[in-house]
Design a protein around this ligand. Sequence first.
Ligand SMILES: Nc1nc2c(ncn2[C@@H]2O[C@H](COP(=O)(O)OP(=O)(O)OP(=O)(O)O)[C@@H](O)[C@H]2O)c(=O)[nH]1
Ligand SMILES: [Mg+2]
Length: 408
Amino acid sequence: MAAKAEPIIDGEPVTNEGSTDTIAAVSTAPGRAAIAVVRVSGPATRGIASALGLGPLEARRATLRNVKHPETAEGLDRVLASWFPSPASYTGEDMLELSSHGGAIVPATMLDAVCAAGARPAEPGEFTRRAYLNGKLDLLQVEATLDLIDARSPRLRRAALFALERGLSERIEALRASALRLQALIAYDIDFPGEDDGPLDRNRVSDAAEALSGDLDRLLSLAPEGELLREGALTVIAGRPNAGKSSLFNALLGIERTIVTEVPGTTRDAVEALISVDGYPFRLVDTAGIRESDERIEGMGIEVARSYLGQADLVLLCTDVGREEAEDDSDTLASLPEYPGPDRVINVQTKTDTVSGFIRYPATRSIGISVRTGEGLEALRDAMLTSVFEGLQDAGEVPLVTRARHTW
Ligand SMILES: Nc1nc2c(ncn2[C@@H]2O[C@H](COP(=O)(O)OP(=O)(O)OP(=O)(O)O)[C@@H](O)[C@H]2O)c(=O)[nH]1
Ligand SMILES: [Mg+2]
């Protein structure tokens, strides 16, 4: 990681009063596991290590040790203990990491012992908060840490790691420096118009302003896609009953998740699953087929489908290629107030294996697929990617803003 980070977003230097208490937490997820990690941070860490009977520890070297309870002296576990003296630690404070055995009991026992020796349980995010307050991470890096932990797609993992390594911070710092240079040029022009050096060349100011605004536009233009990387693009599979929506949902998911039958009106509720296409996340939703229906439960399903349509980042509008009135389907959906508009819709013609000499539906974006033969599924995945994440794909590995806050 780069040199000591300064908080850069608020522009105000953040002062750390210095924590007086020592915090501890089991940092690994609960459940049956080979190991668990208990972290301790704060001024009492050294004393806690000694109360647990760890003996002398070399800085930043994992050492095998027996841990005993500070009050009862009962042996608790054999652990790998790592000691990180301040300031070269994650939080900037004295820190101790105990890699104990995992499972339901051992990590809790470790935490209990550490607290009996003088620590208190940490609040959620408190280690990272201290790292921020001690200038070890800037705010963008804190958010990147969260994104990295929560990443549900390989692309977000890469973007988050880039931001954690200060790629995004450095980009923002460069933009800020350009803005300050521009401000200085303008101030010079206003304050000293008649100086010996002569007036400032107007082009210098306008060129600098244009360059800055171009850089900002480039960063912000990818913001909507960056945000979708965190949650996944809401991709709604819609169409008339029996169009093959659930079959497509299962095919994209790779498992038989929803019920498929030849009876129109099979799917009643919306079923959601996260899939990754080439490392990019899509929240896929299978919905009830949309038609006029007096049947109460089907009607409710249709309402749910319509509300999903209204929020969709992308709609896969399915039409059974064999149906004679197929061409009316897109008109029926397009007349709904929730319909998102053609640039967010891919027309999918289903069941191409049932017709010989499949003829392309005369719509701009239309892909023929068959879940029986697999035809067109790869082309559909490509179209989904380009529809939602084209900018990111073209941009390659660049700093990315992934939260609405970044665009304020
Ligand atoms: N030959 C063929 N049949 C398909 C294909 N896709 C779906 N089907 C059949 O079409 C029928 C309806 O499929 P579903 O996936 O249940 O359709 P749906 O749009 O989810 O239907 P509802 O939930 O009722 O709205 C089933 O009998 C499927 O086996 C395909 O690619 N080829
Ligand atoms: Mg269905």
